[in-house]
Design a protein around this ligand. Structure first.
Ligand SMILES: [Fe+2]
Ligand SMILES: [Fe+2]
Length: 293
């Protein structure tokens, strides 16, 4: 029997919640006025996260001259973006590490796609016409596709029951320029709508819910979050162009027609962003997932 949107939304209610520390950090990072001291106080209440932050700051990727043993020093050295990234990597690792079978995407691909999107979104943020909080663009990039973790199983079941050759076409990467339409045709909803519901369930700031909801249609995002959503939209494309998608939907989306008007992108800017993504991903992916030596 075809699943109902209510049935899919019911699964959102039963998903494992994010860690309390992560939610508090994301809510704090979403406020315009916040300090690194407040961030440090939240992290200090979580022994596992404190240990992870110290492990990362002392890892080969950051190579301090002297070992750093104080949390405030570690937080200052890493900066908000990386600290929140570490918290996302450890506080939602279960969600990021799952395979997305419905998308034909193996374990780890969602994290790689999300981290590359985050780095590129921050770079677009630096080149945005409207002033914006670039660390928020980074966090929006990390979380933007989490709706897929709910939709994946439903999608797998529906594609298995297809009598036409849609599943095969998608696996062969035949052009479906609007994968959201494929999701809606099969499930009457898409990973953006479900992502928004997930963001609300987790009580994430509205800016992050907007990134989850509108990253494939940034012009429809609420005006106050539109600049950020455009960064995530661009970051998503760059991640896919770098070869890091999430399976059969990679590059099966349309680019917003007005995208370039939101940025000051000189010649070669996108290529430079792609290079930054490659470098920074190599440096930070391991440490952020807690695999640093
Ligand atoms: Fe997406
Ligand atoms: Fe994406």
């Amino acid at each position: 029997m075809k699943p109902t949107v209510q049935g899919i939304l019911a699964k959102v209610k039963h998903i494992q919640p994010l860690s309390q520390t992560l939610v508090r950090l994301l809510q704090l990072a979403g406020k315009e006025d916040h300090s690194m001291q407040e961030m440090t106080r939240i992290i200090a209440c979580d022994n596992a996260l404190t240990a992870n932050v110290l492990k990362v700051v002392n890892s080969a990727a950051f190579a301090p001259r002297e070992p750093i043993t104080s949390l405030p020093m570690a937080v200052t050295r890493l900066g908000e973006r990386l600290v929140v990234g570490i918290a996302v990597g450890s506080g939602a690792s279960l969600h990021f590490s799952s395979a997305l079978d419905g998308y034909d995407s193996r374990r780890g691909e969602l994290w790689e796609h999300s981290l590359r999107t985050a780095i590129a979104a921050r770079e677009f943020g630096r080149l945005a016409v409207s002033p914006m909080e670039v660390d928020q663009a980074y966090t929006g990039g990390l979380l933007h596709d989490l709706g897929k973790i709910i939709l994946s199983d439903f999608l797998r079941q529906e594609l298995a029951g297809q009598t036409d050759n849609l599943a095969e076409e998608l696996r062969q990467h035949e052009r479906h320029p609007d994968f959201l339409a494929v999701e809606r045709r099969l499930l009457n909803t898409d990973h953006c709508e479900i992502g928004m519901a997930l963001g609300r369930e987790w009580r994430l700031p509205e800016s992050l819910c907007a990134a989850m909801a509108w990253h494939h249609a940034p012009s429809k995002a609420p005006e106050e979050h539109r600049a950020l959503v455009y960064c995530v939209h661009g970051g998503d494309f760059v991640a896919m162009l770098c070869g890091a998608g999430t399976g059969m939907d990679s590059l099966q989306y349309s680019m917003d027609k007005g995208f370039y008007a939101h940025f000051r992108l000189g010649p070669g800017a996108v290529e430079r962003i792609m290079l930054t993504v490659q470098d920074e991903y190599k440096q930070t992916a391991g440490p952020m997932l807690g695999t640093a030596k």
